[in-house]
Ligand binder design. Sequence first.
Ligand code: ADP
Ligand code: ZN
Ligand code: ZN
Length: 640
Amino acid sequence: MPLASVYPLISARALARPFTYEVPPGVGKGAVVSVPFGRSSRRGVVVGLEPEAPAGVEPLPVGRVMDELPPALVDLALWVADYYGSTPARALELVAPRRPARRKEQAPPAERQSLGGEPEPAELTASQRAAVARVAAGIDEGGGLFLLHGPTGSGKTEVYLQACGAALERGRGAIVLVPEIALTPQTLGRFRARFGDRIAVLHSGLTEAERRDERERIASGEARVVVGARSAIFAPLHGLGLVCVDEEHDASYKQESDPRYDARAVAAKRAALEGAVALYGSATPRPESWAALERLRLEERLGAPLPAVTVVDLRREAGYPLSAPLLAALGRIARDGGKAILLLNRRGVAPAIHCRACGATRRCRNCDVALVLHRDGALRCHHCGFAEPAPELCPECGSPELARLGAGTQRLERELAERLPALERLRLDADAVSGPSELAAVLRRFREADRAVLLGTQMVAKGHHFEGVSLAAVVDADTALALPDFRAEERMFQLVTQLAGRSGRDAPGRVIVQTFQPDARPIVHAARHDVERFLAEELERRRELSYPPFRHLVRVLVAGPEPGDVLRALAELRERVGDAGLIGPAPLLRLRGRHRAQLIGKTEQPRALASRIARLLAAAAPAMRRAGLTAVVDVDPQSL
Ligand code: ADP
Ligand code: ZN
Ligand code: ZN
């Protein structure tokens, strides 16, 4: 019997190695098998054949062959394990998820959840044609990485559709990744209208049984285009020719639990392993993609031009959260009919103070990020740990009008109800909407309403096509700018630009941004729709501060019951790692009663640094366990 190297799917780090088993002839890399392990049997993945057993090992035969994965997925999983510092078994679980038992037949989820799509346009624009041709040539040449950029509504989705068509014509399959929240009935409807039954969908809203059915349709070759969120990058599609990553700037592509992979990086790796093209698209690309990828540009918006953006200077306008210009614009809708979207950053607001007279927020001089107000009254940098007492007077202008950010937004809903009772209020955030069907219901309600305002978190700025929206407003731009993360500016820019793209899809819309910092770079450039200028300047700033894409970041976060233990563990770790550019430890805000702090490494070799840190943490594990400490290492973290 042939021998094979098998990783049993066991999450314990101590058992993170392959074991040798006998396999039936014809079973090779990518087979998912049941293996005897200890006293029980486990699922395992064959990662390769072996000429002979290691000395002293008497290999047992594997049990049943349960599944066959494309062999490239095994290499992909092992790469994920290595790069993100996870274990092979945990990464292999991503490509070989457990299969629940079969149940009754049901229409595929794409059929039940999609809205009618749009017809194929009679003719592509010249820039769409050029983009599709370049992608098709890339598939023929054995791969490539491209960035498709152009304003919202410039026809990017049509390019994905045509590029998928080009892959299918060549006998290859395609994966289309969309942010979880953008996986709307509209998006599915467009793909379904074009590709019918050849579409499969994968996202977290599916039941296990639905997921199983979709995976089977993909593995059997019945479905050749997979549309899905982050984890769809691991779909068992054979003969991949193309991966599209829609809204490539979206932070939801990063998984925030082990394995902490970034589906965008995994897409590039999978494309390279399979000779496929990866096509990243966005109206607001990441600086990382702008710097690294071959750009394919869609010149202009089809249909209505981009709306005018009005920046309301809250230093001069009273009434926050409903300034006079915003109130007037909403009043017109209440009177004449129409729809508005109001964006609030209610979740994830970092407590920070800002000056209502000059607009300034205190920033760290080393790291150029906003300082966070801690309970002890100190303002702290979450990158390097710098701290200063919170001032009584604004250090910039001497005004005593220092205020906690975001305080006014809680009142927004109440004030809307009081002042504009004629407007129907609909909420769209993670508290109000928990699944795809609720989301669809809110969106339908909004579509059918005749005078309504949709209040929401970032969710509203993404991926939805709303018709008849004449006003979109960012209520509190300052809370987003005050996030203690070097990507705060990038996120703010994306938010305003994306929101502007949402409004006025079929009628010239209007966008209002309320802020105490009207001169902030992301707001100035977003107001002019100047994506390229923003990216050029942002890259310059990143270069000076050695942020991505000029260095990779590795983040080590330790949490525990005692603040002293947390800081000591990180300080020791930093000492042992030595001169590798680790900054911190920076104490963070407490979370669920646990004290937290982090170290940040800026490095050209993230894998080497991360594995050095992982070894040191493993050595310190017993002492850390005694102190109740937990540690997380995050390679290329997307939120800090
Ligand atoms: P994006 O993905 O950049 O937001 P879409 O692909 O959704 O843009 O296109 C915006 C709108 O323009 C859609 O309604 C789409 O059907 C339409 N559209 C796309 N390409 C063309 C074209 N070549 N001719 C006419 N209409 C088009
Ligand atoms: Zn001031
Ligand atoms: Zn700092």
